[in-house]
Design a protein around this ligand. Structure first.
Ligand code: ADP
Length: 374
């Protein structure tokens, strides 16, 4: 009998997950570890939680489906391993107890405006009254010092509770640190992954960030060791993905999202920001030219079932602002100022919504204390 993984997957489409009406393949519950040796088949089924009440029944139904729809001689009994999706992530507040929310800004590829969005979002959040920190974790192409007009800054050290800590540079109400403050680009480029990771860990753990409402991390593009180092070091609240409407960037964004939602990592994705969504010339502020196609961000957000947090047009002032050290969001009444203010509002709403939801889940899981009234 010749067995193939796709025969197994096909049979498993007959197994519905109770209460959802969807089959377990469609729900992404089949791990990509299907092994076939002779007539022995083994694989894992991924459940959201270790205490899922349907683990036994889903495993049993999967065995039956394979015996019924593939071959009654398949050696499957006892070879399906239920695994839990959630892997332990760093405990919130352990490393930076005074930081309320940590958001990683990522993109599937470079040049989509991830740093521009990080900088302007950080400023818009600070303008809204929040305490904001920004870490340039784009270690091989640090651009944040330039965008803030702080290329010459040299952060100093200070003693805090007996420890010598790096003091972040403060500009436009945002506390910022970048590897660019400490080494020049050529030196950083020569670093091995582990050196870069260690440098970043220092900028996080050995810096005096103090109390922050929002700590934004401008990640390097794509996926790398740096991403994993950060995910393992910090309890990220969520990731934000930046993409342009070009097809390629969207495909890359999809990959970037998978990095966070993968079962080994499991960081929630707060939403998508579509940058360069259209072009508006300064002299015709009401006109929109969709140079890379329309509504790509909306479609991708829908497809991935994540909110579209904002659409940022291509405007010359963004580029000039980035080059001159005065980011566009500083001009609160300009088109860009308004776009970034709205984006900041949406980010805050989504984070607060998540936090309330998490708190409610925690209460359900730990139980509400009962009063003994007798
Ligand atoms: P990334 O961090 O993704 O590599 P950057 O933020 O460095 O990208 O942006 C790349 C270039 O595109 C920069 O020159 C920046 O000024 C420009 N840029 C980014 N977003 C916009 C925009 N919405 N309008 C005009 N120029 C933009």
């Amino acid at each position: 009998m010749q067995l193939y993984p796709n025969l197994i997957t096909e049979a498993l489409t007959k197994v519905r997950y109770p209460g959802t009406g969807k089959n377990i393949v469609e729900m992404g519950m089949i791990a990509d570890d299907i092994r076939i040796e002779g007539n022995k088949v083994s694989f894992s089924i991924v459940f959201e939680k270790a205490n899922d009440p349907f683990i036994k029944s889903v495993v049993k139904a999967s065995e039956t489906a394979i015996l019924t729809f593939v071959n009654p001689d398949v050696d499957i009994k006892g070879n399906i391993t239920p695994v839990t999706k959630q892997v332990p992530r760093p405990e919130p507040g352990k490393l930076l107890p005074q930081v309320k929310n940590i958001l990683a800004v990522s993109s599937g590829k470079g040049g989509v405006g991830k740093s521009t969005v990080s900088v302007n979002l950080a400023i818009a959040l600070a303008q809204a009254g929040y305490k904001v920190g920004l870490l340039d974790a784009d270690i091989y192409g640090p651009s944040i010092p330039k965008m803030f007009g702080e290329e010459e800054a040299h952060p100093c050290m200070e003693f805090v509770d007996g420890r010598e800590l790096i003091v972040p540079v403060e500009k436009y109400g945002v506390k910022l640190l970048s590897i660019g403050f400490f080494v020049d680009k050529e030196n950083a480029l020569a670093w091995r992954g582990s050196m870069a990771g260690n440098a970043l860990k220092q900028l996080i753990a050995d810096a005096h960030w103090g109390e922050l409402d929002y700590f934004l991390l401008d990640l390097p593009p794509g996926t790398s060791d740096i991403h994993l180092t950060l995910i393992q070091t910090l309890a990220l609240t969520a990731a934000i993905v930046v993409a342009t409407p070009q097809e390629v960037a969207l495909a890359a964004a999809r990959k970037g999202i998978n990095l966070f939602t993968g079962k080994k990592v499991n960081v929630p994705v707060l939403g998508l920001i579509e940058n360069m969504a259209w072009f508006t010339p300064a002299e015709l502020p009401d006109n929109r030219y969709y140079l890379f196609g329309k509504d790509g961000g909306k479609r991708l957000a829908k497809e991935l079932n994540i909110p579209l947090l904002g659409e940022i047009p291509i405007v010359q002032s963004i580029c000039e602002g980035g080059d001159s050290g005065a980011p566009a969001a500083l001009n609160e009444e300009s088109m860009m100022g308004i776009a970034f203010r709205q984006l900041a509002q949406r980010v805050v709403e989504q984070v607060e919504y998540r936090n309330v939801h998490l708190e409610a889940t925690r209460r359900v899981e730990t139980g509400v204390p009962k009063l003994n009234l007798v």
